[in-house]
Write a protein that binds this ligand. Structure first.
Ligand SMILES: Nc1ncnc2c1ncn2[C@@H]1O[C@H](COP(=O)(O)OP(=O)(O)OP(=O)(O)O)[C@@H](O)[C@H]1O
Length: 609
């Protein structure tokens, strides 16, 4: 490596170490200072032990007066023993501080990663590389950052110990030093080589590890348990999980093998130098260049110094890996203050939302999911989207609510351009695959607008409108009932009941644009009929965008847009579209026939699956 390259690596290491220290400092600065202070005290204690050891050797060998000085040896031994005890006590206190610091750093670092993830663009979640980055940053936050104090402290203690040994050696036999420094070089080189290679290996295995995490969730999750049993999938996923772990294990074994011989050679070279140093010491003592007591103390220093040197290279090897993880953490969380503020509804009304020639393509897809769509939404109107599976309905709603940015086209509110955040702040959505929060009923509803989490009156009102009140009446704890039976005291709802709770969440958010994606898919006939009968009353002065495969639900809409392969192919009222006798009319008749005694008319466009 060139000098420039070495310098760059050095500055990179320094920058990352600073970042590590900042993480610790932010988490608990007093504890960081205490731990550092304790390390310094321990190193001073070690210096005292070497001096005391010299005193013991001197006293026993009688180097000063020609005869043994037992009181001196005894007092020195007492000093050494006291220092050993004090150092072990300081070590224990330091360890306790470090354990607490570890938990505090993990909390801070995980907060940084989750905040950065929460702020990420929704589209990022469609990219596998983003999930790899999050995984690496999380590993850094949960393992490498919390271990950093231990790594830094071990490195500091080892380095300080080495400095102490070096000082002692300078006093006893200075010429040993160059020998020992040269001895350390091969091991340090191999350690540096290994640290970068190991991080690269881990990065290449990240997707495999994410797959292992997913399979573990399938094998252990509550929601997955029934299907695994019904289809007898336990063995299949178990074998796949084993295969994932085998891949990781084999890669790790191959990596370790690759470096084993390099490391043994480096250690052999280092130990040969250390042996040469001991030989030199014996020769120097025999030829009277140094005294026996000084030689014994230098030997003691060597015995302490060599293992410390080995520890330092191990720390270097492990810390390099950690530092690269921390680099990924730093890059991912750079400039992120905290989680995004909730997009509270800032606008209670609008006159028109117009989308013009909107297009959007998912990353990696070869055709647009939405292709040149124009649509108008106005308060007091219900606009419906229909179309076969995959025709782009859900994607279009994500563009209209600011969750995805269109690749082209424009979105105008009251004639002016509107930002993604602006769209989010004026809309409420009931997704087709809404979330079932393992929280209380009240929270499940109020999460529609977290700024009003404790607003009971509003919760009750949204629950009543969505038909949740009769469900809650039968729950222990009523609105405080915990949903999700994997938690203590938790209970569960049927799918249709969950959908009403999700609908209540959409109601709770008092936004002027309401998007309902298959809002009654799991509801019984009564609940569905009731919702559509009351739709206009429930959303009197709001604009409603409704997606439904049930044509009976959309026939009363003010306008119906029929989508096919991302394009709007028909627009009109139910009567207009029936009169046009196109795709809509065909779909409608097909469904209606299922409720009549007549056989279904032949479909022109739907192919059997
Ligand atoms: N995350 C994604 N990445 C890549 N392609 C996607 C993604 N989500 C959807 N698509 C594709 O985009 C197209 C439109 O999907 P979209 O979910 O908008 O359809 P939809 O009309 O809502 O379908 P459905 O009636 O089944 O809910 C489909 O071809 C689908 O395969």
């Amino acid at each position: 490596m060139t000098i420039k390259g070495r310098w760059r690596r050095f500055t990179e290491m320094r920058r990352l170490l600073t970042f590590g220290v900042i993480l610790g400092w932010r988490a608990d600065r007093r504890r960081v200072a205490s731990v550092l202070f304790l390390q310094i005290l321990q190193s001073i204690g070690l210096g005292g032990m070497i001096v005391g050891g010299h005193g013991v050797a001197d006293g026993l060998l009688g180097s000063a007066h020609g005869h043994a000085d037992i009181p001196r040896a005894g007092i020195s031994a007492l000093v050494v023993m006291t220092l050993v005890f004090v150092n072990s006590a300081l070590n224990l206190i330091g360890f306790i501080h470090q354990c607490v610091l570890r938990a505090a750093i993990e909390r801070d670092a995980v907060e940084r990663v989750t905040a950065a993830t929460a702020r990420a663009d929704l589209l990022e979640f469609e990219r596998p590389g983003f999930h790899d980055t999050v995984r690496i940053a999380l590993t850094a936050a949960q393992i490498h950052a919390p271990n950093l104090p231990f790594t830094v402290m071990t490195a500091t203690r080892t380095a300080l110990t080495l400095v102490t040994v070096v000082i002692a050696l300078i006093a006893m036999a200075w010429w040993l030093l160059p020998l020992l420094l040269v001895a350390a070089i091969p091991s340090i080189r191999v350690a540096l080589l290994q640290q970068r290679a190991h991080f690269d290996l881990q990065r290449s295995l990240t997707e495999n590890q994410r797959t292992a995490g997913y399979l573990t969730q399938l094998l252990t999750g509550r929601e997955e348990a029934k299907e695994l049993r019904a289809f007898g999938l336990g063995r299949t996923f178990f074998d796949r999980l084993t295969a994932c772990y085998d891949r990781t294990l084999n890669a790790e074994i191959a990596f370790r093998r690759r470096f084993l011989w390099k490391e043994i050679r480096a250690r052999l070279a280092g130990h040969a130098m250390a042996a040469a140093a001991v030989g030199g010491l014996i020769i120097a003592t025999a030829s009277g260049v140094i005294g026996t007591a000084a030689a014994l103390t230098a030997l003691g220093g060597l015995l302490i110094g060599v293992p410390q040197g080995i520890t330092l290279t191990s720390v270097l090897r492990a810390s390099g890996d950690s530092l690269r993880h921390l680099d990924a953490l730093r890059a991912f969380t750079a400039g992120v203050g905290g989680p995004p503020p909730p997009p509270s509804v800032t606008r209670r009304s609008f006159d028109s939302l117009r989308a013009r020639r909107l297009s959007f393509t998912y990353p990696g897809a070869d055709r647009p999911a939405v292709d040149g769509v124009s649509i108008d939404l106005r308060p007091g109107e219900v606009v419906a989207l229909v179309g076969e599976n995959g025709s782009g309905k859900t994607t279009l709603t994500k563009l209209l609510t600011g969750l995805y940015a269109p690749a082209s086209g424009e979105l105008l509110v009251d004639g002016g351009p509107v930002s993604a955040a602006g769209l989010r702040a004026l809309s409420t959505v009931l997704f087709q695959d809404y979330l079932r929060y393992k929280l209380s009923v009240a929270e499940n509803i109020a999460l529609g607008d977290p700024a009003f989490l404790g607003d009971r009156g509003r919760i009750l009102d949204a629950a009543r409108r969505a038909g949740v009140a009769p469900i809650v009446a039968n729950l222990p704890g009523r609105y405080d009932a915990l949903l999700g039976s994997e938690f203590t005291g938790g209970t569960d709802l049927s799918l249709g009941q969950w959908q009403r709770v999700a609908l209540a969440r959409a109601f709770f958010r008092q936004a002027p644009l309401v998007v309902l994606d298959e809002p009654t898919a799991a509801m019984d006939a009564h609940a569905e009929a009731d919702l559509f009968a009351r739709m206009r009353e429930l959303f009197a002065d709001r604009a409603v965008l409704l997606i439904s495969h049930r044509f009976s639900s959309v026939r009363t809409a003010d306008r119906i847009h029929v989508l096919r392969r991302g394009k709007v192919v028909e627009v009109g009222t139910h009567d207009e579209l029936m009169a046009a006798d196109g795709t809509y009319a065909e779909f409608f008749r097909l469904q209606a026939a299922a409720y009549l005694d007549d056989p279904a008319p032949q479909s022109r466009s739907i192919k059997p699956v």
